[in-house]
Write a protein of this length. Structure first.
Length: 395
């Protein structure tokens, strides 16, 4: 192994089995065992972490808002004595989840109002969001769909699969279907294949996508059998969700590698979160590690205005600052698009640093990442004389 390859491998570590030291390797690598042994209670947390009073109160609230669940794999990434641990802030409830800011919304992306049939969101002209389950491997405390996932929210998800397929068959403008929920990769191989196969039978659907956090929360789920099944339904793309470089463990890297080896293009969607990834060094490390895992940083989201998430939200200016600090200082492949999902259902709106100094009919004046100024001339409109027009008419 070369020195550079060795240095790359050292950036990825395993935390297994951590708190579960008595578990056999076979059990640990079984994704169903991981699911059955998730930490889901206050007692389970307190056996392994030193909780703050804010966290303890948040756990008691979680049973009425968004369930607590953390897989053993992901739980081992949490620093037991650090309440500011960036992994911990994502999955351990806090009392602040019970506080609503004036701008908070139950459905910040306006999905419910764009649902022509139960469980199908048709907000963009040519693509739809298909909610196939309301369960996740672990529950992010900033979840956009906290109203419907985990089984304790204020709404229940009642996807009508047959009505959804009929809608897709009759709406020929739809060419792109995104499976989400909840997390589609929690379905059994057979159930997921039944959905993919039915979608593939609809001629005008060109490609399929899966949005998932399972490879990060539950990398054991990415089995060779799952990958062999998925590769039958190309073109199939996958968007994963990594927020912090420590989430990219050896197990996660290898799971992502199995997906990439199966021909599945991988993109990452991060959410900008206070105390998690809202600094340039963390984000730079994250995007570089993603590329090492063959994952293209795709979106960096401004945190949605979901109820109880104000303690995790940052300013929009912070996101712009991070993108500007990446642009020109690292590979273009490593730079995600910063977006705001416009509140109320406006869709994703790109937000970029301002590189345009001025713009008129003659030229555009721009600055580069170093602050240097450049001019680019606009094309000069040519006018066809009456004489030339006459020649064209008589020719």
């Amino acid at each position: 192994m070369s020195e550079s390859s060795s240095a790359i491998k050292e950036r990825f570590v395993s935390h297994a089995p951590g708190h579960w030291s008595a578990v056999t390797p076979a059990m640990w690598s079984d994704w169903r065992w991981q699911q059955r042994n998730r930490v889901t209670t206050l007692a389970g947390l307190e056996d392994r972490l030193r909780l703050t009073s804010e966290e303890r109160a948040g756990v008691l609230l979680a049973g009425k808002k968004l369930a607590l669940a953390v897989t053993p794999h992901y739980f081992n990434l949490i620093e037991p004595d650090n309440p500011n641990c960036p992994i911990r802030r994502q999955v351990v409830p806090r009392i602040e989840e019970g506080y609503d800011s004036p701008h908070d919304m139950a459905d910040p992306c306006g999905e419910d109002s764009s649902m022509p049939v139960p469980g199908l969101v048709h907000r963009y002209p040519d693509r739809v969001l298909f909610l196939v389950t309301d369960r996740c491997a672990s529950y992010c405390r900033y979840c956009t769909r906290s109203r419907v996932v985990s089984g304790v929210g204020e709404q229940e998800l009642h996807t009508d699969f047959e009505e959804t397929f009929r809608y897709l068959e009759t709406h020929t403008e739809i060419r792109d279907v995104l499976l989400s929920g909840g997390d589609a990769l929690l379905l059994s191989d057979a159930r997921l294949e039944a959905i993919l196969s039915r979608l593939r039978s609809i001629k005008h659907i060109e490609f399929l996508r899966i949005g998932t956090r399972v490879p990060i929360f539950l990398p054991q789920r990415i089995t060779p059998e799952l990958c062999a099944m998925l590769r039958k339904y190309h073109p199939l793309w996958m968007s994963v969700h990594v927020n912090h470089p420590r989430e990219l463990t050896i197990e996660v890297r290898d799971a992502l590698g199995r997906l990439a080896d199966s021909g599945i293009p991988l993109g990452n969607q991060s959410v900008l979160l206070s105390g998690v990834n809202d600094d340039v060094d963390t984000m730079r490390d994250l995007v570089h590690k993603l590329l090492l895992c063959r994952v293209r940083p795709y979106y960096l989201y401004q945190c949605d205005l979901i109820r109880g998430s104000s303690h995790l939200r940052t300013s929009v200016a912070k996101g712009i600052e991070i993108i500007e600090a990446l642009r020109g200082f690292t590979s273009g492949y490593a730079i995600p698009q910063f977006v705001i999902d416009a509140p109320g259902g406006g869709g994703k709106v790109p937000v970029n640093p301002n590189y345009v100094v001025s713009h008129d009919q003659a030229k555009i004046v721009i600055r580069n990442f170093e602050g240097r100024i450049f001019e680019y001339p606009e094309p000069i409109a040519t006018r066809v004389t009456n004489h030339h027009s006459a020649e064209l008419v008589t020719a």
